[in-house]
Design a protein around this ligand. Structure first.
Ligand code: TXA
Ligand code: MG
Length: 310
């Protein structure tokens, strides 16, 4: 059932998004907890509000194909798949450099999960905000994905304004496909059935093991992994190591947060690691507390430090 927004409501909520706030909004799959995908502080607010302990890359929502082109590269194959847009399909595509997306949204990957939601209120909100909107499901971590405004309010109370678009049509999240050259791999089964995708393409597609996008070792390699070696929890770096500091400690040009602020550290993590990786072969990282956002930071640091074959 479709709901009509109140007069001026879309404009008001779009203003909140532009100012770095969070807005829950309807899509055809589930309600999303949205933030400006170009604003790292805003995106961090999603993790804090959800109580989500780890950073996963977030899906970026855009209003149409033209807007998608600003942020990702669409091969002819990707363009064929994009014929399902607007709709419950997320495509993982090469990120366009310098397009302005926050590194927190992509978790440092050089790809972006992007989709054009079909819900007219989602489209109206994105257009009014004139920003790409990062949005996971609008529930507290570990709870079910919400399919109504009331369910969103049950999760967050008055902390987040909710655009009420009635009951979500799909109720399960979008299907996620990775498009890599000629290879199409379903990373997450979702609201767009695979047989429809295969009918369009005229051949079967690969299917990643359940939850591979999050947990399979093969996928971890695609998480941010610097060329440099990383040594963690280092209080005194070796002479040939570049030191990534946090709070008080040895003097260094690189610090996640001089004041020991985890939010600042999370915001800086991927960009500073990337910068250090350009000029250093060995990086030593200061201990980061495991509390709050520190859990996510440590998770990403452990992944970046894990042995890997290249
Ligand atoms: O239906 C949906 O997709 C909902 C509504 C709100 O649009 N959104 C949603 O978002 O389910 P979320 O944050 O729960 O899904 C994010 C997942 C990640 O955990 C990861 O599996 C995958 O999308 N993903 C996003 N970007 C990716 C990337 N660059 N590479 C691989 N997987 C990616
Ligand atoms: Mg979810």
């Amino acid at each position: 059932m479709q709901k009509r927004p109140e007069n001026g409501e879309i404009e008001q909520l779009a203003g909140i998004l532009r100012a770095g706030g969070l807005v829950a909004f309807p899509t055809e799959t589930v309600y999303g907890l949205g933030a400006d995908a170009t604003n790292s502080d805003a995106v961090l607010g999603i993790y804090e509000t959800k109580g989500r302990p780890r950073f996963n890359p977030l899906i970026v929502h855009v209003a149409d194909l033209e807007m998608a082109r600003r942020y990702v590269e669409l091969s002819p194959l990707a363009l064929r798949l994009a014929s399902f847009w607007p709709g419950p399909l997320t495509l993982v595509l090469p990120r366009r450099p310098d397009a302005g997306l926050s590194d927190i949204v992509t978790a440092g990957l050089d790809t972006v999960g992007i989709r054009v939601p079909a819900h007219p209120l989602a489209q109206a909100l994105i257009r009014a905000a004139d920003r790409p909107i990062a949005a996971p499901s609008a529930n507290r971590s570990g709870k079910l994905s919400p399919t109504s405004a009331a369910q969103v309010r049950a999760n967050f109370g008055d902390r987040v304004p909710v655009l009420d678009g009635g009951a979500a049509a799909a109720g399960v999240e979008s299907t996620i496909l990775a498009v890599d050259g000629d290879l199409v791999t379903q990373l997450r089964a979702g609201a767009l059935p695979r047989d429809e995708i295969e009918a369009l393409l005229g051949h079967p597609i690969a299917v990643a093991a359940a939850n591979a996008a999050i947990s399979a070792p093969g996928m971890l390699a695609s998480h941010y992994a610097p060329e440099a070696s990383l040594r963690l929890d280092v209080v005194v770096p070796e002479p040939d190591e570049a030191y990534l500091g946090f709070g008080n400690g040895p003097a260094t040009p690189y610090t996640l947060s001089a004041t020991g602020d985890l939010r600042e550290a999370a915001r800086n993590l991927f960009s500073i690691l990337h910068e250090m990786d350009q000029t250093h072969r060995r990086i030593a990282v200061a201990p980061i507390p495991a509390t709050g956002l520190g859990e996510a930071i440590n998770d990403r640091l452990r992944r970046a430090a894990a042995p890997r074959d290249r």
